[in-house]
Design a protein around this ligand. Structure first.
Ligand code: BGC
Length: 807
């Protein structure tokens, strides 16, 4: 291929417009006459979903070739170990090369704003530093193989309900310090080849046509020089998108949108320079992601890596009287379907067809552990199953120690919809209550991608949270339970006691417009600042060893502060500890959280050994974003540097006076009273917040028709509208029925999950998003005919149907 600068002068306008529109399901457009190849994409983020050619982003996600299913982000984040992500990225890059994939769609680094977000499992953390660091290493790992990445979903994509028409309204400090911060870090330190814009609107404009986001911040402030692609079906007005900085539409195959670009250039409403810039970004991407396909890939090695990451990430939440590790020679009663049908990944576009699977059952059997088993509940149901339950209770009466395998299933937690509450499903809650009445020792081995309420916590002897451990999770689980390995994961998301403890819990995903009224007080920043008790704090996790901290020395130079201290393992068992540094900024009129994670390090310490740990905090990381001056500023004053085992278990601290020439803007004070107490933050009204953000609701362009191309399908209430919605829903139902006919096994489960995902996302889709994400399967003309029908215009519908479909 010739260089981008040469090619740009040889391409016709039509070819340029076509290049900016992808080819479904996962390719870019090729211009053969100029030797411009098509490149291939694949999901991401924690495995390579090598998709069948016939699939599209709405169906067929379960049709993929076998690859390694690594632990999803919510799990690997708990390792607090960026090195894991580099290794995972490198392995993913190799698998991409094996399957001839030029670019992996990941990492996903959105902030886990609320525990109910259905997609939390795909995101790292509630903390932007941790999410950013891990994202950096994943990108570096994948790109070390010459394979591209796509940092997603840019930005503020924190709820799944109202997925296609939702809007996030966020103040600039929260944007800069929390929601954009993780993206900024990855863009600056890892230079991802691409970035994927989110479905939602942000402060008035769809992310896919948000110039402030895609150009002013991303390119002008951060210097991003890669390509911006849309999420699948996230494009609204294609010409506005190009104007705002959206280079590539995915999955594409919508000639209508190619034509829009051509017409806009001809009408002078879109400059050819903008089109050329976008095309150049695509051509450079093709150059940057040239790969040499490899013939062999060491899937066994990747399985081992996946297991090690699961081991490094699992979090021991409780261990009363050191009941764990278990004695291998004793006999146990194992209860719970997850023992055999382990939940190891989440559902939706990231669903991997695992190359190999090791369940806890496999791992127990491989060790010759003696156990009796009772199902207790069925993973494929949420209601009580009396037969399974009775069998479990009967067996439990004679048991000494019960190993209960449970947690959240894909029926309550998945991409495409948010959880409706933070509880375990009824079938498990009722069973656990009955087991507790037997007064036996219960070890809860838990699976799931986000926090659940644990009203029975006091009655458990131990809780081992495996999260979603990836394909080798069963092996990791057995190693931890039987003490072959020592737990060392720490929570990357706070576990509230009840959902009602979460800030703005009632308004979360209650309508399409989401006001992020808690501003920067997200996760532990909220709980710590306003003394809200939690079940398990951010950074919390136990070990079979005991670690003691001592002798903190804080030194400073111009750019950084260095903290040195000692950590001693006072047990006989070697183990790993995550040393965490939280910093409290000076008391001033600039509102701020009590403390923020500024550094951390995972260290390995032999039994009875004492080591020196040294950690750097960059002065830049102590800045806050001043929205008046549009700058990161460092306040002068007393900073408290704290070293701890978690955000709530601080072991050492020291105060340091820092001087700076920066002058905070006075205007910030206007809002500091909103965030001064828990009562104040809870009573910010919608109107007050909208004024603070300077948010104006988009004016609805009056149309003589009731329904527009944007109306969610669930709102099409006319005679034909209801039928159109019914038709779309039947697509999902048909997939579900077909899946149910399959033989029991992983294939059936995968198909069922993808059908549920489909069923749940259809209501929030509009005819526009359905058409633009279907990769040509729903022709633009047909979608317009359906819209005309929904509005009762039968002749118009016939006219659209008779219209010659554009290419
Ligand atoms: C998801 C993306 C994914 C894309 C392609 C979308 O629905 O939001 O994360 O990469 O589909 O499968």
């Amino acid at each position: 291929m010739e260089t981008p600068n040469v090619l740009i002068n040889k391409l016709t306008l039509e070819e340029k417009a076509q290049l900016l529109c992808g080819v479904a399901p996962m390719h870019t457009f090729a211009v053969e006459r100029l030797g411009i190849p098509s490149i291939n994409f694949s999901d991401g983020p924690h495995g390579v979903r090598k998709m069948a050619e016939s699939g599209d982003s709405l169906s067929g996600i379960s049709n993929s070739l076998p690859t390694t299913c690594f632990p999803p982000a919510a799990t690997s984040a708990c390792s607090f170990n960026p090195d894991n992500l580099y290794k995972m990225g490198k392995a993913l890059g190799e698998e991409c090369k094996y399957y001839d994939i030029n670019l992996l769609l990941g990492p996903a680094i959105n902030i886990q704003k609320n525990p109910l977000c259905g997609r939390n499992f795909e995101y790292f953390s509630e903390d932007p530093k941790l999410a950013g660091d891990l994202g950096i290493e994943l990108v570096k790992g994948v790109q070390s193989q010459g394979v591209g990445t796509s940092l997603k979903h840019f930005a503020c994509n924190s709820n799944e309900d109202f997925r296609m028409d939702g809007e996030s309204v966020v103040d600039e400090r929260a944007l800069r310090e929390i929601y954009l911060r993780s993206f900024e870090r990855v863009v600056s330190y890892a230079k991802p080849t691409t970035l994927m814009c989110a479905y939602n609107k942000l402060n008035g404009a769809f992310c896919s046509e948000n110039k402030w986001l895609l150009t002013d911040v991303l390119r002008d402030d951060w210097g991003f020089d890669g390509l911006v692609m849309s999420d699948w079906g996230a494009v609204k007005d294609r010409d506005k998108g190009v104007e705002a900085g959206l280079d590539l539409e995915m999955p594409g195959s919508i000639y209508h949108n190619v034509q829009i670009i051509i017409d806009a250039v001809k009408d002078n409403t879109l400059s050819i320079d903008k089109v050329d810039k976008a095309v150049l970004n695509l051509l450079k991407l093709i150059e940057r992601t040239r790969i040499d396909k490899i013939k062999d890939c060491d899937f066994d090695d990747h399985d081992e890596l996946s297991m090690n990451i699961a081991l490094d990430s699992a979090v021991l939440l409780k261990n009363q009287d050191d009941i764990l590790p278990l004695d291998k020679t004793r006999k146990y009663l194992v209860i719970g379907d997850f023992f055999k049908t382990m939940r190891y990944q989440g559902s939706g576009s990231s669903l991997i067809n695992a190359h190999k699977l090791t369940s806890p059952e496999d791992a127990f059997n491989a060790r010759g552990i003696k156990y009796d088993f009772a199902r207790g509940y069925k993973v494929s149901e949420i209601n009580q199953n009396i037969n399974c339950e009775d069998d479990a209770i009967k067996k439990a009466k004679d048991a000494d120690i019960i190993l209960y395998f449970g947690g959240q299933s894909d029926y309550v937690e998945s991409e495409g919809f948010d959880r409706s509450n933070m509880k375990l499903s009824d079938n498990q809650l009722l069973l656990i209550q009955k087991l507790i009445q037997l007064k036996k020792k219960i070890v809860f081995v838990m699976f799931g991608g986000s926090p659940v309420e644990l009203p029975f916590e006091n009655d458990m002897s131990a809780i081992l949270n495996m999260l979603l451990p990836g394909q080798a999770g069963g092996e990791a689980c057995a190693r931890l339970l039987f003490g072959e390995s020592n737990p060392c994961g720490k929570l990357a998301q706070t576990w509230p006691i009840n959902y009602s403890d979460v800030i703005n819990n009632e308004s979360y995903a209650s309508g399409p417009i989401q006001l992020y009224k808690e501003s920067i007080f997200v996760g532990y920043r909220y709980y710590n600042t306003f003394n809200v008790p939690v079940r398990y704090s951010f950074g919390y996790g136990l070990s079979y060893s005991n670690f003691w901290y001592s002798n903190l020395i804080v030194k400073t130079d111009n750019q950084k502060i260095t903290l040195s201290f000692e950590v001693e393992n006072r047990s006989n068992m070697s183990g790993k500890e995550v040393c965490q540094v939280y910093v409290s900024g000076p008391k001033s009129n600039v509102y701020k959280p009590l403390q923020e994670l500024r550094a951390y390090k995972k260290v390995y310490i032999e039994g009875k050994e004492k080591i020196n740990v040294s950690l750097d905090v960059s002065l830049n990381d102590l800045r806050y974003y001043d929205i008046e001056q549009h700058k990161w500023l460092l306040e002068s004053g007393l900073y408290i540097f704290k070293v701890g085992k978690s955000s709530e278990n601080i072991k050492l601290k020291q105060i340091l006076n820092i001087f700076s020439d920066d002058k905070p803007s006075e205007s910030l004070n206007d809002y500091s009273s909103y965030f001064s107490t828990k009562a104040n933050i809870e009573s910010i009204t919608d109107e007050q917040f909208k004024v603070m953000v300077n948010y104006k609701e988009e004016e609805i362009v009056k149309s003589k028709d009731k329904y527009t191309f944007e109306t969610p399908l669930k709102d099409l209430n006319s005679f034909f509208g209801k039928r159109i919605y019914g038709l779309a829903t039947r697509l999902g139902q048909k997939e579900y029925k077909n899946a149910c006919k399959l033989e029991d096994g992983p294939q059936k489960e995968a198909k069922k999950k993808s059908a549920i995902f489909l069923l749940r996302i259809i209501p929030d889709n509009s005819l526009r998003s359905l058409c633009y994400s279907a990769g040509g399967k729903l022709k633009y003309e047909v979608a317009q005919a359906l819209l005309a029908l929904a509005n009762g215009h039968i002749f118009k519908a016939i006219k659209w149907l008779c219209a010659k479909p554009k290419k």
